[in-house]
Ligand binder design. Structure first.
Ligand code: G3I
Length: 324
C-alpha cells in the first residue's frame, strides 16, 4: 500500500491542496488519503461568493468546508481582497461615478465581516490580501481599484477588519514571484511596515508557482530566510512545478520531464523541512495532474503535469522522491 503524504509530514507541516466542488468528487479518494488541508481554488473569491451587493452565494464554498469538516481536514481561506475576480459593482458609486473611499472601505469591511464570520472556527487561516505588490521595480504597489480609491492603507484595513471578526485566524499576505530579489524585497518591506504599525498580520504566503528549471534552490532559500527574519510564519500556498519555463510557449511537448521534476520536488521538500516551525504548511494548487490551472496558462489548452500524482492519480516519481 502507498503511504500517506500528509502522514509523512505530520508534526512538520500540513500538506494542502486547492480544490473545487468537482474535484472533491473526482479526486476525493486522493484528497482524503494524502492531504490534511484544503483551499478553495476559486469559490471564496469575491466574485464567486459575493457577486452582487446584497447577494452572497455560499453554496460552493460551503460544500468545500463541509467536506473538510467531515473528513477532518483544515481549511485555508483564499482570498478576501484581490485586484482580480472582484465584481465591478464593488468599485462603483452612485450615478456611474467610482465609489468614494469611505464607501469602498465600508463594503470591504462588510464583505470581510460576513465571509470571515461564516467560516469562523472552520477556516483557520486567511489570505487576507493577495498579490498587492507590483512585479517591477518602479512602483511598490500594484495599480488596482482598491489602491486608487482607498489608498495604500487598504491593505492594513483589510487585516484589521479580518482580525476583529476572527481574532484566532492566522492572517497572511500572499504573493507570487516571491523569489525574485526585487519583488522579494518589496514583499519584505510591505510586511515589515505593517508589523511596525502594529497591523495584525501573522504570515507570508509564498505561492510557489515554479517550474522544473527555476527558481533555483538558493533563490528559494534566500526568500524563506529573508521572510522568516520578520518573525512571521511562512506557508507555501499554491505550489506547482510546471514542465515549462514561463517564457516557453511551445505546445509540442509530449513527454513530461518526470525525472527533473522529481529531483526538484525532493530538493525543495528537503529545504522546506529545514524550516520546521517556520514553514507551517505546504499547499499544492491542485492535487493531481488531471486538474490544473496550468492547462490553460499561459497557453490555453496546453497540457501540463505539475503535481505528485498523474492523471489517473497514480503516484509519480515526484511523489516517491518526497516520501524517501
Ligand atoms: O466561472 C466561470 C464560468 O462561469 C465561465 O463559463 C468560464 C469560462 O471561461 O469561466 C469561469 O471562470 C473561470 C474561473 O477560473 C473558475 O473556473 C475563469 O475563466 C478562470 O480565469 C479562473 O481561473 C482561476 C484564476 O485563479 C483566476 O485568476 C484559476 O482557476 C485559479 O486556479 C487561479 O488561481 C490563482 C490564485 O487565486 C492566486 N494566485 C495565482 C493562481 C493561478 O492563477
Amino acid at each position: 500500500a502507498v503511504a500517506s503524504l500528509f502522514e509523512k509530514f505530520q508534526g512538520i507541516f500540513d500538506i494542502g491542496a486547492a480544490v473545487t466542488p468537482r474535484t472533491i468528487h473526482s479526486q476525493g479518494v486522493l484528497l482524503k488519503k494524502h492531504y490534511n488541508s484544503v483551499t478553495a481554488e476559486n469559490q471564496m473569491k469575491f466574485a464567486e461568493i459575493h457577486p452582487e451587493p446584497h447577494r452572497y452565494t455560499f453554496e460552493a464554498a460551503d460544500s468545500i468546508v463541509d467536506f473538510a469538516v467531515r473528513e477532518g481536514k483544515k481549511v485555508r481561506g483564499h482570498t478576501l481582497v484581490w485586484h482580480n475576480q472582484t465584481p465591478d459593482w464593488v468599485f462603483q458609486g452612485d450615478n456611474g461615478a467610482p465609489a468614494a473611499r469611505e464607501q469602498l472601505l465600508a463594503r470591504m469591511e462588510r464583505h470581510i465581516e460576513i465571509v470571515v464570520k461564516r467560516y469562523r472556527g472552520q477556516v483557520y487561516a486567511w489570505d487576507v490580501v493577495n498579490e498587492a505588490i507590483e512585479d517591477t521595480a518602479e512602483v511598490m504597489l500594484r495599480k488596482s481599484k482598491w489602491l486608487d480609491i482607498i489608498g495604500e492603507d487598504y491593505i492594513a484595513k483589510a487585516f484589521e477588519y479580518a482580525h476583529r471578526v476572527d481574532p484566532n485566524a492566522v492572517l497572511f499576505y500572499n504573493d507570487y514571484n516571491e523569489t525574485n530579489p526585487v519583488k522579494r524585497e518589496k514583499i519584505y518591506s510591505l510586511v515589515k511596515s505593517l508589523l511596525d504599525q502594529g497591523v495584525p498580520i501573522h504570515g507570508i504566503g509564498m505561492q510557489g508557482h515554479w517550474n522544473i528549471h527555476g527558481p533555483t534552490l538558493a533563490e528559494i532559500r534566500e526568500a524563506i530566510e529573508r521572510y522568516a527574519s520578520l518573525g512571521v510564519q511562512l506557508q507555501i500556498t499554491e505550489l506547482d512545478l510546471s514542465m515549462f519555463e514561463h517564457e516557453d510557449r511551445r505546445t509540442d511537448l509530449i513527454e513530461p520531464s518526470a525525472e527533473l521534476q522529481a529531483q526538484r520536488y525532493e530538493q525543495m521538500f528537503d529545504l522546506f523541512k529545514e524550516f520546521r516551525g517556520i514553514i507551517t504548511a505546504v499547499t499544492f494548487w491542485g492535487a493531481a495532474d488531471d486538474h490544473t490551472w496550468l492547462d490553460d496558462f499561459p497557453v490555453k489548452g496546453r497540457k501540463n503535469w505539475p503535481f505528485l500524482f498523474d492523471n489517473l492519480h497514480v503516484p509519480k516519481k515526484s511523489f516517491h522522491n518526497i516520501m524517501k
